[in-house]
Structures are given as C-alpha cells and as structure tokens.
Design a protein around this ligand. Structure first.
Ligand code: PLP
Length: 460
C-alpha cells in the first residue's frame, strides 16, 4: 500500500448546526435579478454556501459563548475591556487600546487624529474602507506595493510587500513632513490575501522612522500573515505564530483592527497604539463616534468574545487548518484549470474574471457577472473585487480600471466542511464550462461611496 500526503483536519468538532435552505435554479435566477446582479443585495436565506466574506461570519467556540455570559455591561470600566486590553498587550504588544465597533471605526478615528489636510498616506494596495477614511480626513492614498502584487500569475512568496523604492521616491517627492503615516496591511486583502515578510516590515519601519514617519499596521489578518512567515521565511520555521505576530507588530507604532476576521467573532475591532499623546486624542475622539473609551460601541460580552477569540486564533493548529482549508478549495479548482490568483491567499480564493470571461470588456463588469453566474448555478455566493470595488478617482470622477478583476470566494473560519467546498469547486467548473454564453452587465444605479455594496446592474 502506498501512502498519499499526510492529511490534515480541523482541530474542533461540531456541536451546534444551522440548517440551510435549498433553492432551485429558477428561484436563484429571480433572486439575483431582484438583487440587481449584486451579491451584496441577496437575502442570506436565499444563499446555500455563503462565501461573500470572512468578516463577522466566523463560528465561535463554546469557550467564547461561555464568555458571552460573562459580559460586564457596565457603562464605564467593564472588566471585559481590561481583559481585552491585557490580551492585546500580550499578543500584539501595543500599550494602549481603544475598542471600536469594527475595523472602519478604528480607521475613522486614526485617520482623523493623524492626517492633516493635503497629506499623503502610502500603503501596500488600497483597502476600500481604509482609503475612504483617509480621503475623508483630507489625505491622498498612494499605492506603494510591489509590482508583483498586481500580477495574478506571479508566484512571489510575499506579494504583499511594500516596494521600498516606491516609498522612498514618494518621500523624496513630497517630503517626510507631508506623509501622515504609512499603512502596512497584512495580509493584503485586495491583492488576494497575500502576505508581507518580516524582512519587509522591518525595512519599512527603518526607512519610515529615518524620516519621522509613523508605521500603522492594518492587523486585520496579521495572524494569518504570521503563519505564512513561519512557512516561507528563513529563520522562522521553529517559531510559533504567536511569537512571529508579536515581533511583526513590534515594527509598527499603531494598529487598526477588524476583529471580525482573525479574531473569530461576529462584531468588534480596535485601534491600538504605543504613543501616549495619540492615545489621549483617540480617547477624546472615540466618545464622539463610537462610545466611551472602555467600550467603543461594543457590549461587554462582545469584548470578552474577542479577547477569548484572540487566544484561540493565535494557536498554530487553528491557523494551519484555516489556511489549508482555503488551499484545499484552491487545489480542487486548479484540477479544473480555473484561472485564479496564485499563490492562494490566506482567507480566500480569487478567481481571475479577466481570464475567465475574456470576451467581456472591463467596463461591462466581468467579475460582477461571474459572481452572479456562480450564484445562479449553485447558490454559492462570492463577491466582486474589480472595477466596481475600485470606484472612481475622487478628483476626476473617472472610473479606476484596476489590473485585477477578481471574484473572491472567501472562507469563513470554522463554518464549512470539505464537502461544501467540493460543491463550490464543481459549480465554478460548470460556470467555466459555459463561459462563452456569459453576458456583460450595465450599471443602472451607482451610490456615491463604496459603490460595490449597493450598486444595481442589468444584463447587457
Ligand atoms: C474588513 C477589513 C477592514 C474593515 O473592517 P470592518 O470590520 O469591516 O469595518 C479593514 N482592513 C481590512 C484589510 C479588512 O479586511
């Protein structure tokens, strides 16, 4: 008998289940038409396997649910806040914590505190809410990610890295004083969940500090990023994800966090900083937008669930099974020769809609059409990450035409089985088989901000 590769399995078992509604293709054709071919506007109950996002869709553990019963719902000074603060110090190392209702709450506070009108904010590829808050605070985002990030076929192991030359050129051009801070997202969501190396953040930190520029980590998936460093970067294979995470965060001055991703909760976020004066400002600002600084828009129980989720999420066995499950779907799709972003990302598989629908021009929203067609085929819901998500230039009003025109199939943590993913892969393969018949879309309603959430389309 010959042995295959050693299998992996989830480090948990199922205790509670949520039944799913089964629909017919006819039901789904009606549902997507009614939703204006926008998967964000579908009713969740009309979805079979929901790969829209890994944000807030995680399954919590019995330990977290038990923590929900330990909520100290005091207006001020809840014990859950102090527990969360101590865990942020323990796992990320930042001194001061301001909780927020989710990641964009943290981005709003930090952008308003740190950006002066007219300043630049370089970062490793934009993220939708991050860039918008920087712009609303008067800043201008500048993409300084390495070129490989824009190439779906590049197998660079750290496609999320910042290009030091691009960053340095910007400093030379505008001067360090006109740069509010540099953001480093890890992993990089819009590039396909691609990681940043330890060497890179270290060098960015050095260069930034030489010019008096602060480094802000978007720590949303920094634990998943740490796993990639362990697997791919020399000198880290014997270190735990927890050790790597703490070293990684030590090369930043502050972090914004969406707990809805890495931290295994359904709601929550925070901004964490080392500078006491900045903490003072954030504390003043949070009461305007979120709530008192010891709850920031969260119930005590939500802070407890996030603190406990942090302890579970940072374990090597959790992250390893999480990322290997994503790769399981990627490998199945590879067997069907589906065009995808490579290497596979940490939280999602990104289909290359440009290659998938070569006959649909980008201004007819090929990725938007592909997400709709996958839903019609099987009730699997993904999302567009291409021209619709990229939006318009705030000065000229022109649409951005991003190089990456993708559909994201995002895997919620601890929610679906391998059998679910077999169904997903088969469905994408069927849609690929029928690709020649697919039509482009035309946008018939466009919201002013973050248009991908609510835009409406019709078939051409
Ligand atoms: C989700 C996300 C955010 C925003 O967080 P929310 O909790 O959705 O407000 C910021 N940055 C990245 C990289 C994200 O994935």
């Amino acid at each position: 008998m010959s042995f295959k590769q050693k299998p992996w399995a989830e480090p948990f078992k199922v205790k509670v289940v949520e039944p799913l509604k089964m629909t017919t293709q006819n039901d789904r054709e009606n549902a997507i038409k009614e939703a204006g071919y926008n998967t964000f506007l579908l009713k969740s109950e009309d979805v079979y396997i929901d790969l829209l996002t890994d944000s807030g869709t995680n399954a919590m553990s019995d330990y977290q649910w038990a923590g929900m019963m330990m909520g100290d719902e005091a207006y001020a000074g809840s014990k859950n806040y102090y527990y969360l603060e101590s865990n942020v110090r323990k796992y990320y190392g930042y001194k001061y914590l301001v909780p927020t209702h989710q990641g964009r709450g943290a981005e709003n506070l930090l952008s308003q505190c740190l950006i002066k009108k007219g300043q630049y904010v370089p970062g490793n590829m934009y993220f939708t809410t991050t860039r918008l808050h920087q712009e609303l605070a008067g800043g201008t985002f500048v993409d300084v990610i390495i070129d490989e990030a824009h190439d779906p076929q590049s197998e660079h192991p750290f496609k999320g890295n910042i290009c030091l030359n691009k960053f340095e050129d910007l400093i030379k051009k505008v001067g360090g004083g006109n740069i509010a801070y540099v953001t480093i997202g890890a992993t990089v969501n819009m590039a396909g969940g691609q990681p940043v190396s330890m060497k890179n953040i270290k060098e960015v930190h050095e260069l930034a500090h030489k010019h008096g520029i602060k480094v802000v980590l978007d720590a949303t998936r920094a634990m998943e990023n740490a796993y990639y460093i362990q697997q791919r970067e020399e000198g880290y294979s014997q270190k735990t994800v927890a050790e790597i995470l703490k070293e990684f965060a030590s090369y930043s001055d502050a972090a914004t966090m969406s707990g809805k991703k890495d931290l295994l909760v359904n709601i929550g976020g925070f901004v964490a900083v080392n500078d006491e004066d900045l903490f003072e400002e954030l504390r003043n600002m949070v009461v305007v937008y979120e709530g008192l600084h010891t709850y920031g828009g969260l119930a005590g129980r939500d802070m407890e669930a996030m603190a406990r989720g942090m302890e579970e999420a940072v374990l090597d066995e959790h992250i390893s099974s999480r990322i290997r499950q994503v790769a399981y779907l990627g490998n199945l799709l590879d067997d069907y020769n589906i065009p995808m972003v490579k290497p596979f990302g940490g939280h999602a598989i990104f289909l290359d809609a440009r290659k998938f629908y070569e006959h649909i021009p980008q201004n007819q929203y090929p990725a938007q059409a592909l997400a709709a067609n996958i839903y019609i085929n099987s009730g699997v819901r993904g999302m567009e990450r291409g021209i619709v998500s990229a939006g318009r230039n705030k000065e000229t009003g022109e649409e951005y035409f991003p190089k990456l025109e993708l559909v994201r199939l995002t895997i919620p943590r601890r929610v679906y089985t391998q059998a679910h993913l077999d169904v997903v892969a088969y469905s994408v393969a069927e849609v690929y088989e029928n690709r020649k018949n697919a039509k482009g879309l035309k946008m018939v309603y466009e919201p002013k901000y973050l248009r991908f959430f609510q835009a409406l389309f019709e078939e051409m």
